[in-house]
Design a protein around this ligand. Structure first.
Ligand SMILES: O=c1cc[nH]c(=O)[nH]1
Length: 432
């Protein structure tokens, strides 16, 4: 590709309608239109329908797809890549919880957490991600170790990846009111989000009230894990929506997983979704991790459901929905590399993000950016905004989603980045 200091063009690229504020070319039934993009001083200078005269086109991309950079709104960078020293013994959720707990106590010094977080961020950046939210295991004493590391990493990565952090603890940890108040202050001081894993305990509403009250006191957004189970009686999402209404909460709320919803009777599900929509709650599904963990059987039988939540029904109600990476190479998910193209490829297959494709591509671009409260430049291609783009080999959804696109090019502020991903052996010294 020819680039010049002051500017260059990308001619005849395919842009999806869902990435543009005002599509001006004609778009095909898959949502793609052919455009010429000009990049000037690191920003998008113009986006116009592709010129009819191909011979005049400089940097002819011959219809290759260009997307914005990705936003990954639900990750666990602090757990990443511990698999070699702490695999999940049986692939179950309980196996994951116990293994991570043991590993945390044994190994999660500041240096250990920092090295693995850095590794994960390098992967995400190389794959084309521009913003990441990570959960941080925050039960004492890990809160005092991981939050300062997170703050240092956020500063180190500023300008490359916008990093957000949310505290993570089982909701029963909130019963210790004094300790939880200290944690909320720590999260507020670090500019993080308040979060917890919500599940069905008898005092769920009282504990949610404490979390909402702390969020209001400190002006914090909320980020929950909820109902990550196939148990039909798991209804924490509904309780979160009701708590938001009780507190007239006007910050952002993002809820992850919500797997049990897919197992409940239709009438009940739709009432829950109406309550979620009424409170402007965003939902993120973690298709790869939940395919791995949910309906995991230890009796040699085959899983019978996909583990994901009801994204189609949610989107139909106007709920802001996203998909994200979740865990990477830790006991909650044995695989993954923080590659949002892989997440979208898998989500397309698992959640049927096709026939029609419609607005589903927004689930890894504008929708997670909105859930994270990021400005409108994230997840969109717009004149005047930074030229943060990914140029693929694929020219259609079937080409884009059939191969790993290992040769994609990532452009940040108008310049190609070095896409080298870190080698696994860089972490070997931590795995002994
Ligand atoms: O790390 C975690 C914690 C809870 N649930 C997950 O899927 N991952």
């Amino acid at each position: 590709m020819v680039t010049r200091n002051f500017g260059f063009s990308l001619s005849r690229v395919r842009l999806h309608a869902s990435w543009l504020a005002a599509p001006s070319a004609s778009h095909d039934t898959d949502g793609f239109g052919l455009y010429d993009i000009e990049i000037v001083d690191g920003r998008i200078g113009s986006i116009v329908p592709a010129a009819a005269d191909v011979r005049r086109a400089e940097n002819d991309m011959a219809g290759r797809i260009v997307s914005p950079c990705f936003t990954d709104c639900h990750t666990h960078l602090d757990k990443g890549h511990i698999w070699p020293r702490r695999p999940n013994p049986d692939g179950t959720f309980m196996g994951a919880l116990e293994s991570v707990g043991e590993d945390r106590v044994a190994h999660w010094s500041a240096g250990d957490v920092e090295a693995r977080m850095e590794f994960g961020l390098r992967c995400a950046y190389a794959h084309g991600t521009r913003a990441v939210r990570t959960h941080l295991d925050s039960i004492s004493p890990q809160d005092a170790i991981s939050w300062p590391v997170f703050e240092a990493m956020r500063e180190r990565w500023a300008g490359r990846i916008e990093l957000q952090g949310a505290c993570l603890l089982g909701i029963e940890g909130v019963r210790d009111a004094d300790w939880f108040a200290t944690l909320a202050s720590r999260v507020a001081a670090a500019g993080g989000m308040l979060g917890a894993v919500a599940y069905m305990v008898p005092d769920l509403d009282a504990l949610l009230d404490r979390i909402f009250a702390a969020a209001i006191e400190h002006g914090l957004d909320l980020d929950f894990h909820a109902d990550e189970t196939g148990d039909v009686d798991a209804r924490a999402l509904r309780h979160i929506a009701d708590a938001a209404a009780r507190h007239r909460f006007d910050g952002q709320i993002l809820v992850g997983h919500c797997c049990s919803l897919a197992r409940q009777p239709d009438a009940e599900v739709l009432a829950t979704l109406d309550a979620v929509a009424a409170q402007n709650i965003s939902v993120v599904s973690l298709p790869m991790c939940n395919l791995y963990l949910q309906d995991r059987r230890t009796d040699g039988t085959t899983p019978r459901w996909r583990g994901v939540t009801l994204l189609h029904e949610m989107a139909a109600r106007g709920i802001n929905v996203a998909v994200a990476s979740d865990n990477t190479r830790d006991p909650f998910y044995a695989y993954g590399d923080l590659d949002m193209l892989e997440v979208y490829r898998m989500a397309t297959r698992i959640c049927h993000f096709d026939h029609p494709v419609g607005d589903w591509p927004k689930t890894v671009f504008a929708n997670p950016a909105a859930a994270m409260g990021l400005d409108a430049a994230h997840g969109r291609i717009a004149v005047g905004e930074p030229a943060d783009l990914i140029l693929y080999e694929g020219r259609s959804w079937t080409e884009l989603l059939s191969r790993p696109e290992a040769n994609r090019m990532v452009i940040r502020n108008g310049a190609l980045i070095d896409r080298t991903i870190p080698a696994y052996d860089e972490l070997d010294h931590l795995m002994e």
